[in-house]
Design a protein around this ligand. Structure first.
Ligand SMILES: Cc1cc2nc3c(=O)[nH]c(=O)nc-3n(C[C@H](O)[C@H](O)[C@H](O)COP(=O)(O)OP(=O)(O)OC[C@H]3O[C@@H](n4cnc5c(N)ncnc54)[C@H](O)[C@@H]3O)c2cc1C
Length: 500
């Protein structure tokens, strides 16, 4: 068994583990991150893909969480412009709804005030002509349509952008390495990793448990673990529908009969609509979370209640894809899943001159700020480190604005179709140059493995981004799984089967 020694071992390659590893290495700590599956394979690729303040948290007066999220939203627009983009959300109001226009307008005014200074458009109300133009939205009983701005992101790639930045700064970032055992020794921990069948021992003065819904299982591996917090595992699912004609450009925030909202968001160049989410107590392995028949029915009902399609209501047969993620929420009271606070929580324990920090809850949007809190906790446990540094620092691929990226794509090699170069710009950011360099060095790599998928891109995914399976590439390095037909997906799978 090989052995290795680090200051901090981060367990989990979701957004939170990634953010902690990045912050820690930038403060001068020796960092290793171990992810048992692929990066972002769990909750961090299963979100609603919003970088948002969370309008509905205002109702619960979680003003601190909303303000922090809106500050981070503005930050991410600057530090990951290729992955995070503003989107208009419409809030239709019908006479039968519990929340009426006055309350919602007040909520939006507060949302505007809390996001002051970020340059995004303020909220407003559509006029009657605009409302009449909205495709498919049911008009009976409609009293008003409000609009506000929020942001969407590619969640899996955002996680990867944080991880690759951490690696570029010297962190040891490893996928498909599961932590299988933790032993507390005087002043440090001995950790056993399963590296696809090979065992490796790592010694770390500090452990950060960022295992998301597996947080309790990791804590249970050692007796010197932070005090456990009450944990609720709550599943949220989404369904994907083909975009009906005419195309819908704006997203919708729909109220249901209870206190929940359902988002309907145009996705992947407006080829699809994603509809979600649910809030269901989750039992069993979080890795096996699937969208149940009841969740599909709930989401279809929510959609059909608001939209009337020419061909009749959307049905099970229209669903082209689903995903489910499990939130690890800390909660002491017996609140309904949708009512449990999304505020994160930390728990920590000292182990001589070392220590252990576990992380509960959180949001994709606030990962950077939460990582700073984790670093503060490590500092309190005795870790010596430099000052906070991550604010305003671009993520991997994030140094160019969208217009600059699209200009860069326009100037790329003509052997690659322009649509593909545009997709690359908004997937790889400034690292599009790496792909262009690869093509210049090896013109044959412009060969198409599947429509719009070149060998150069697959090589980049395996060499620079640790993709090991077709699924890593199709679902998380890109979203091509939905853009390719079965033949295209099979071609990518064959490529990985022989070693991409
Ligand atoms: C349905 C849904 C919608 C959401 N929508 C939004 C949204 O729109 N905007 C927003 O800001 N937030 C959203 N969130 C919240 C956000 O997605 C999560 O807070 C965030 O992704 C959690 O990241 P994480 O790193 O804590 O956990 P995860 O992403 O689950 O990462 C934990 C990782 O630990 C790994 N791991 C587990 N055990 C081990 C082990 N033994 N060894 C090594 N690795 C291990 C797992 O494989 C996993 O990859 C949503 C959440 C859900 C569920």
């Amino acid at each position: 068994m090989t052995s290795h020694s680090v200051d901090v071992l981060v367990i989990g390659g979701g957004i939170h583990g990634a953010a902690v590893a990045r912050d820690a290495v930038g403060r001068g700590l020796k960092v290793m991150l171990a992810e048992k599956g692929d990066y972002a394979c769990a909750t961090s690729s299963s979100s609603s893909k919003l970088i948002h303040g969370g309008l509905r948290y205002l109702e619960r007066l979680e003003l601190g969480l909303v303000r922090e999220s809106l500050v981070e939203r503005a930050e991410l627009l600057k530090t990951a412009p290729h992955l995070v983009a503003p989107l208009t959300f419409l809030l239709p109001i019908y006479h039968w709804q519990r929340r009426q226009a006055l309350v919602l307008r007040a909520g939006l005014a507060l949302y505007d005030a809390l996001s002051f200074g970020d340059g995004l458009p303020a909220s407003g109300r559509l006029d009657d002509d605009d409302i009449a133009q909205l495709p498919r939205l049911r008009q009976e009983g409609l009293t008003s349509v409000l609009q506000y701005c929020d942001c969407t992101a590619d969640d899996a790639r955002l996680t990867l952008a944080v991880l690759l930045d951490a690696r570029a700064r010297g962190a040891d970032i490893l996928n498909r390495r599961a932590v299988t055992a933790i032993t507390a020794l005087a002043n440090f921990y001995a950790i056993e990793l399963d590296e696809r069948g090979q065992r490796r021992r790592v010694e770390a003065r500090f452990i950060v448990n960022a295992a998301g819904p597996w947080v309790a299982g990791i804590d249970a591996m050692t007796e010197v673990a932070p005090p456990a917090r009450a944990l609720r595992l709550v599943r949220g699912s989404h369904i994907v529908l083909p975009m009906p004609e005419p195309v819908q450009r704006d997203a919708y925030t729909l109220q249901d009969d209870a206190e929940r909202v359902v988002f309907v968001i145009p996705w992947l160049n407006e080829r699809f609509l994603m509809v979600g989410t649910t809030d269901v107590p989750h039992q069993g392995d979080p890795g096996e979370a699937r969208c149940s028949a009841e969740e599909r029915a709930y989401l279809l009902t929510a959609y059909n209640r608001y939209f009337a399609q020419a061909g009749g209501p959307a049905t099970e047969d229209d669903i082209v894809f689903t995903w489910s993620g499990v939130r690890a929420l800390h909660n002491d009271a017996g609140a309904k899943p949708s009512r449990i606070s999304r505020s994160p929580a930390l728990s920590s324990v000292a182990n001589g001159t070392g220590g252990f920090v576990s992380l509960y809850g959180g949001k994709l949007t606030t990962h950077r700020a939460l990582a700073e809190e984790v670093l503060e906790a490590l500092h309190r446990l005795g870790a010596e480190m430099a000052a906070p540094w991550t604010r305003d620092v671009p993520l991997y691929g994030g140094t160019l604005s969208r217009p600059e990226l699209l200009a860069c794509a326009e100037q790329g090699p003509r052997t690659i179709p322009l649509a593909t170069r545009h997709r690359w710009a908004l997937t790889y950011g400034d690292k599009i140059e790496t792909l262009f360099e690869r093509l210049a060095a090896d013109p044959g790599s412009a060969e198409e493995i599947a429509p719009g998928v070149t060998r150069a891109e697959l090589d980049h995914a395996t060499d620079a981004e640790d993709a090991m399976t077709a699924e890593d590439f199709l679902l998380r390095r890109t979203k091509l799984h939905l853009m390719l037909d079965e033949g295209g997906r099979d071609a990518v799978k064959r490529r990985f089967a022989v070693g991409a």
